[in-house]
Design a protein around this ligand. Structure first.
Ligand SMILES: [Fe+2]
Length: 578
């Protein structure tokens, strides 16, 4: 039985396919149309999923769409009466959703009546929870989706038992931890969709000087939290998000009110320098988020009596907060879906249909995140041949694995910056060793070099790292797995000088724990690096330059040529700049 999950007309448009309950493929539309966080209809992603499963649209039995326009209809109507512009926007979205069968048929030049699939609407947060629980290894677990907004709610929690999930509660619009973070991110002068993680990185340079003020912006209560709405505008204007178009990155309207500046001081102009006050504000924002988020998780641990928790939703990308869960909430194990944001809804909605609606048992565990496109040795060889590297003074070698890894590790140890392209593309926003830029974590200057030569990011943003999973406890204060780079842990004080490049100013590192089973070749590369240097850690950043992560070999080569990487490994090919 084939189930297609589609996140459409929403940020991070994506598709996923389950065949007899097993995930076969999952990918974001942005990887194909090269528009970051692309919304619209994910026709290319769906096409790839069908191809990977070896089926056509006519072979799809169920289509799962992670949105239910009828959820919280009463609240929506209330807001629609108060805000006509909001009502018009909702009507447009609703019209698009009712046309999903037609859009699907049109994208694949099929007659809509020829589609035998049954269509299901799965509420946004239920799909988030499903993506976390059904992909986890836990038979029983507590569940939390903490997010900006979806189907008029911002959070939902409950518990999963085998094939079933039970919802215990939710928090509805306009109260939202995600929108709280987004509004303060805007106030601090970071206006782009997805800029929250920049502010999270900035927070490490500050002190929580404004924590009391932030406690007045987000109040804790029995349900979890409530926003002091005087600081915001989204409850009056509606959540202004422009994201129906596939060729555009979503845009958010202004979300903070004048009260924010009255309480916290002047709004930062995006072009203005970052002062200590801004760092303290970012730190206080994060500190209050952690109080509320970890407080919700503590209550959930007490309420369910469970040891494990599964997380999804945009807030579940807050790796700094996630790193504190096992120490401060009562949970011993944490699973975060690698695409915890809205891309992951495609997987969750499909799994909800398979397990909860159709009652099938669980057999699948998502142990790695490599569910995207891959390219054969022949395809890569043809692209390399067509690229005329020799004319640009590059050396090209096709090498057996052991030699490839030894030479690559030696180049990293020698301070070279490498593009590393292998196997299937990662699902979710993190490069996890198949579309990565890899560099020497031991060199303090590496962060600055990477920023100057390749990534062009704000200097205050930390770089992430990959570590051999079995070595985690030697280098970090805790050793819980973080296979999808969703945790930041404290680096042991005596190790911080040994891996200065990815160690953040507060002594933490955002880590990917790499096992030999999840990614054998990447594990062997880090192992080869350890053999040569004694350090089982490499700096790992996504293979891109202000664009979606590269997907095809051609894009990897274009990025390599455009930037100043020293070498590129494409499958078995080592391409070195002359
Ligand atoms: Fe969401």
């Amino acid at each position: 039985m084939n189930i297609l999950g589609i996140n459409a007309y929403h940020g991070n448009a994506s598709a996923a396919i389950l065949c007899d309950g097993k995930l076969i493929a999952a990918v974001e539309e942005e990887r194909f149309n090269r528009v970051k966080y692309a919304a619209g209809f994910p026709a290319a992603a769906i096409g790839y999923c069908l191809e990977a499963a070896g089926i056509t649209l006519k072979d799809v039995h169920h289509v799962a769409v992670p949105r239910n326009p009828y959820a919280r209809l009463g609240t929506k109507l209330l807001y629609a009466l108060r805000m006509p512009s909001f009502a018009r926007e909702r009507m447009k979205v609703l019209a698009k959703f009712t046309g999903i069968r037609e859009a699907l048929a049109a994208a694949f030049a099929t007659d809509p009546t020829a589609l035998s699939a049954q269509f299901h609407r799965v509420e946004h947060h239920i799909a988030h929870l499903a993506s976390a629980f059904y992909c986890s290894q836990f038979e029983e677990a507590a569940l939390l989706s903490a997010d900006g907004l979806g189907d008029f709610a911002s959070s939902m929690w409950g518990a999963g038992f085998g094939r079933r999930m039970k919802i215990h509660g939710s928090i509805a619009f306009p109260h939202s931890l995600g929108l709280y973070y987004s509004a303060v991110t805007q106030y601090l002068g970071f206006l782009k969709f997805g800029d929250e993680y920049k502010v999270m990185g900035l927070g490490a340079y500050g002190e929580p000087e404004f924590l009391e003020e932030f406690r007045d912006i987000v109040h804790s209560n029995g349900a979890g939290f409530r926003l002091e709405l005087a600081y915001f505008t989204h409850h009056r204007t509606g959540p202004e998000m422009t994201w129906a178009d596939a060729d555009k990155t979503p845009v958010l309207g202004k979300m903070y009110s004048e009260r924010m500046a009255q309480s916290l001081g002047p709004v930062r102009d995006p072009a203005a320098p970052i002062e200590q006050r801004h760092k303290n504000l970012a730190c206080s924002l994060q500190a209050r988020l952690e109080e509320v988020y970890l407080g919700m998780l503590s209550r959930l641990a007490a309420e369910t009596g469970m040891e494990s928790v599964c997380l999804a939703g945009g807030v579940a990308f807050n790796c700094v907060a996630n790193g504190k869960i096992t120490a401060s909430t009562g949970f011993k194990n944490v699973y975060v879906h690698p695409a915890a944001g809205d891309a992951g809804l495609a997987v969750g909605a499909a799994q909800f249909v398979w397990h909860q609606l159709l009652g099938n048992p669980r057999e699948f565990v998502m142990e790695h995140a490599y569910w995207g496109p891959e390219f054969s040795r022949e395809e890569i060889r043809a692209v390399v041949r067509a690229s005329r590297f020799s004319e640009s003074g590059c050396t090209v070698d096709e090498l057996p694995e052991e030699e490839l890894l030894r030479k690559t590790a030696a180049m990293i140890a020698d301070g070279k910056i490498l593009g590393w392209f292998q196997g299937r593309a990662e699902w979710g926003p993190r490069a996890l060793g198949n579309r990565s830029i890899v560099a020497d974590a031991r060199r303090p200057e590496m962060k600055e070099i990477l920023n100057r030569r390749i990534k062009h990011r704000e200097i205050f943003r930390p770089f992430a790292l990959s570590i051999l999973a079995e070595k985690t406890s030697e280098w970090f204060e805790q050793a819980h797995p973080s296979p999808f780079m969703t945790m930041a842990y404290a680096v042991k004080p005596e190790m911080r000088d040994k891996i200065p490049a990815p160690t953040h100013v507060d002594g933490t590192g955002r880590l990917q724990t790499v096992t030999a089973t999840a990614n054998p070749r990447y594990w062997k590369l880090i192992r080869a690096f350890e053999e040569q240097t004694g350090v089982p850690v490499v700096l790992n950043t996504s293979f891109n330059d202000n664009e979606p992560i590269v997907c095809k070999p051609q894009e990897a080569i274009a990025c390599f040529e455009r930037t100043h990487m020293d070498a590129l490994v494409l499958g078995d090919f080592l391409i070195t700049r002359g």
